[in-house]
Design a binder for this molecule. Sequence first.
Ligand SMILES: N[C@@H](CCC(=O)N[C@@H](CS)C(=O)NCC(=O)O)C(=O)O
Length: 206
Amino acid sequence: MKLYYSPGACSLSPHIVLREAGADFELDRVDLKNKTTQSGADYLKICLKGYVPALELETGDVITEGVAITQFIADRFPDAGLAPPFGSVERAKLQGVLNFISSELHKSFSPLFSATATEEQIREAPAKIAKCLDYIEARFCDGRPYVMGDNYSIADAYLFVVASWSNVKGISLEAWPKLQAFLARVEKRPAVREALRFEAIPTEIK
Ligand SMILES: N[C@@H](CCC(=O)N[C@@H](CS)C(=O)NCC(=O)O)C(=O)O
């Protein structure tokens, strides 16, 4: 398997999940501006959307969209326990949280990273992010260590990556102490540390 990634982007989530699963994989860095890869490929021929992440399989098939990729990895390595079985109620709940992170939280950050966002979109982003983080914080109110409960899952890797962008964009997480504690907890995981080190991402969530 080969993961197409860009350092610190949302592709860090499947990168972490591949390491958590103990998968044998390669990484190919994508220059998102020029849409070329470190190995010299035209990225638009691999992923027409031009986004990372994309996961290329041994068969040549390419899977795109982070939530599809991380579920595929979790299902391929079930012993890693990164997602409940497909078809279970717990899996549907996990998919609900993955979709929330993707369509609400992740997308609320997008204007802050976009060269084409309007001033209004940039101005409105922090309030939209805060609303999403309020919901995430509420999920942790019962003392659960991870976003789905007692067990670490692919949703935690994704939440870790996206919520950590607050740090990059100077958004303080002081208003969400349980989320802060979660980020510090996840950051200590060996797979997370290895992925951060590989992508040269500074650690220590504030
Ligand atoms: N819906 C996609 C979004 C992926 C996405 O937004 N990727 C960003 C990096 S976090 C990207 O590659 N942006 C490049 C661009 O906009 O040209 C997913 O969840 O995988």
